[in-house]
Design a protein around this ligand. Structure first.
Ligand SMILES: Cc1ncc(COP(=O)(O)O)c(C=O)c1O
Length: 423
């Protein structure tokens, strides 16, 4: 019956659609083609995930291809540079007696998180329950959700996650901790909890001192959760220009966490985790007493935002968008096919790799304007150039996958599995 319906549907679809499917997927079996065609005919939106899988299959067949032969725009990782950045971060942090729990928001990709763990990371930091689920599905257990989890569905998901991983959830109020504990009790699981303390960022976070102490005591008495420590994020200090002042201010912020920890410990509570740090501060925060683990993640790509805006040294650019020169309207201007829909230029403009005379001046939806001086004026229509991504976090989420290159040859295509995981 279903077969009959499908064959009727197939007949009703134009030959053009079927031919297009045949062309785009060399591995298509007749049955798969029929199924896909049926879905095209009924609900195009439902096809999107299937197409995503299909595209992945096709792109894997590009492995071995030289970078400049690939179509654009695509998001490229220099694997050797990323690996060396990971190595340097891990060594820096561990040599100071701290642990590394990198935030995964710059990559949202289990394959990369597993590489960080291979370099010594103890687990990952996530912002969303859905991101944590992606990481847990890849076998990662020690997952900090460094965000406030509120709402029935999310609590249910956290409780379910506790059966497949060993998550930690950040809270800054009893009104988050109590329902989490209740849900965990109901489901017969236990979840680790840490208190986020406001160390000056003024985003979320419990006030240090009495408030944090009282919250800790309240959580400590809850069945279903285990108080495991505290965290704070010094995001407000990353761009302090003077390095001496930056160090002083970060040390001061970390001393707030230390005092909170001491109060908890003196009262017999567990505070074995004191988590802090971002890429823009990790070289300082790693050297602060009392901190047990660092959340810095983006340093694996070491975007200009970190190196230029935050003065982070010792790491190299690893993430680029490969683009094509599509227009040369003037001797001193080129236009590339990578606009705001494939890269985020607002915090820091992208840099043009290997062309010191080329400067990105304006990025609109589908176009990137580049001012040309010196040898970069030799760029012509059809040439490919690499834009060093200004800030990975907001760029990664626009792409289906990372293309990983060793030298100039494509070695891996990693689907960005956490893309679209917003809940
Ligand atoms: C809670 C938290 N931890 C750590 C970081 C630092 O992440 P990264 O090192 O990728 O900049 C951030 C950045 O926003 C954050 O919000």
């Amino acid at each position: 019956m279903a077969g009959f319906a499908l064959s009727r549907l197939r007949r009703s679809l134009s030959a053009t659609v079927l031919n297009a499917l045949a062309v785009t997927d060399p591995f298509r079996s007749p049955a798969a083609g029929l199924y896909s065609a049926a879905v095209v005919g009924t609900a195009f939106l439902n096809l999107a995930p299937r197409f995503a899988g299909r595209r992945r299959t096709v792109t894997q067949s590009c492995i071995g291809t030289p970078k400049l032969e690939l179509d654009t725009p695509i998001l490229c990782i220099d694997l050797e540079v990323m690996d060396s950045n990971m190595q340097k971060m891990a060594e820096f942090i561990m040599s100071r007696g701290k642990q590394w729990r990198p935030h995964e928001k710059c990559h949202k990709t289990p394959a990369i998180a597993l590489k960080q763990i291979a370099h010594g990371a103890i687990g990952v930091t996530c912002a969303k329950v859905s991101e944590a689920e992606v990481m847990a599905a890849a076998g990662i257990r020690d997952i900090l959700i460094a965000n406030m989890i509120v709402g029935r569905q999310k609590l249910e998901r956290v409780a379910a996650l506790c059966r497949h991983a060993d998550p930690i959830v950040a809270v800054d109020h009893f009104a988050q901790a109590e329902p989490l504990a209740a849900k965990c009790r109901e489901r017969g699981v236990n979840c680790r909890v840490i208190i986020e303390v406001d160390i000056g960022l003024n985003r979320v976070g419990c006030r240090p001192g009495v408030d944090t102490h009282e919250l800790a005591k309240a959580i400590d008495g809850l069945e279903g959760v285990t108080l495991s420590g505290i965290m704070g994020y010094e995001g407000h200090l990353l761009t302090v220009a003077d390095p001496v002042e930056k160090r002083e201010k970060i040390e001061e912020a970390m001393s707030v966490l230390r005092h909170c920890r001491d109060r908890l410990l003196n009262d017999g509570m567990d505070c074995s985790i004191v988590s802090a740090g971002g890429t823009g501060s990790y070289q300082i925060t790693s050297e602060c007493d009392g901190i047990t683990e660092l959340q810095c993640g983006g340093g694996i790509f070491a975007d200009p935002m970190y190196q230029v805006n935050m003065g982070v040294g010792g790491l190299d650019y690893a993430l680029t968008v490969l683009a094509t020169v599509v227009s040369r309207p003037a001797l001193d201007r080129a236009v590339l096919d990578s606009g705001r829909k494939s890269q985020h230029p607002d915090f820091t403009k992208p840099l043009v790799k290997g062309h010191p005379g080329a400067t990105v001046t304006h990025v609109s939806a589908e176009h990137c304007q580049v001012a040309l001086e010196g040898d970069s004026r030799d760029l012509k229509i059809g040439d490919k150039v690499e834009l060093i991504v200004g800030y990975a976090d907001f760029t990664t989420v626009m792409h289906d996958c990372f293309y990983g290159f060793r030298g100039e040859r494509l070695e891996v295509v990693w689907p960005i599995q956490g893309r679209g995981k917003l809940q």
